[in-house]
Design a protein around this ligand. Sequence first.
Ligand SMILES: Nc1ncnc2c1ncn2[C@@H]1O[C@H](COP(=O)(O)OP(=O)(O)O)[C@@H](O)[C@H]1O
Ligand SMILES: [Mg+2]
Length: 308
Amino acid sequence: MEAIVTRELTKRYRSNWGRLRAPSLDRLELRIGENEVFGFLGRNGAGKTTAIKILCSLLRPTQGDAFVFGANVRTRKARERIGYLPESPYFYEYLTPRETIDFYGQLHGLDAVSRAREWKKLAELLDLGGIGNQRIREFSKGMRQRLGFAVALVGNPEVLILDEPMSGLDPLGRRAFRELILRLRDEKKTLFFGSHVLADVEQICSRVGILVRGKLTSQGRLDELLTRQIRLVEVIVNRLDSSARAALATKASSARESEAGQHFYFDDLAAANDAVRIVHTNGAELVEFTPVRESLEDYFLRQQEGPP
Ligand SMILES: Nc1ncnc2c1ncn2[C@@H]1O[C@H](COP(=O)(O)OP(=O)(O)O)[C@@H](O)[C@H]1O
Ligand SMILES: [Mg+2]
């Protein structure tokens, strides 16, 4: 059974005068398998948080339904299986992380022994031990993100819904979160996370969906979405004489110069290979030969094009 399914999920907010606005989420159809790491990509304002809040039953859709393991997200049964990390987690500032985890443990109906065990496990997993008894009030963004992640994991939910989990983290923090997500995947969890940071998604997601102005423009496995065709080939050479330089320039689609040497860009491998032959017969030096393939970033930008 699929971990997350949405059917025609639509959200239209109301203006201050009570009128329905254009959809912030427009008939979203998602099917996310158990144990997937799904990246939900889109620019600011695309509708990611709106969809996430509906999945976590914090917001009612205008139309459509969402299910977690077959149960409507509005039911207690569905909610019990979800752990949620909001975009900016909210805490009781005068509590400590240890007290916060204990508080959420109580909400989950855990007894004192289980709550102590939960704290020990989560403190270790998110490196909270050293700040366990400090007031949250004094915490940096990174510490808050870590505590927010720990709160999402209380009660060991099978589905984790994370809204921009890496936002505001430094590079070390980002890497730690990526590793944590992969570790949770290895524990058979399903992870759904919204992000506008392509690099984070590219490295850990099995599948992505791209949201543009409330509409899902594509979803699929990364290797299926990206054309792995070579987009261009960059050839860098040194010690070219003027006739060889002219010969390369006529074959190349563009050229430039840097400290590394003369850069030539070719539309395909055949043209780039012709260029290399010219380089060798002229006694010049080949410095670099780099086929450039489409990255998720290129793909993402391609999806943003078109009429609004
Ligand atoms: N409470 C709200 N009332 C009215 N409009 C909202 C509200 N929340 C979000 N929106 C609008 O819905 C759209 C999607 O927002 P959001 O879901 O926060 O996108 P994202 O998380 O991708 O940045 C935006 O145009 C935003 O202005
Ligand atoms: Mg958001």
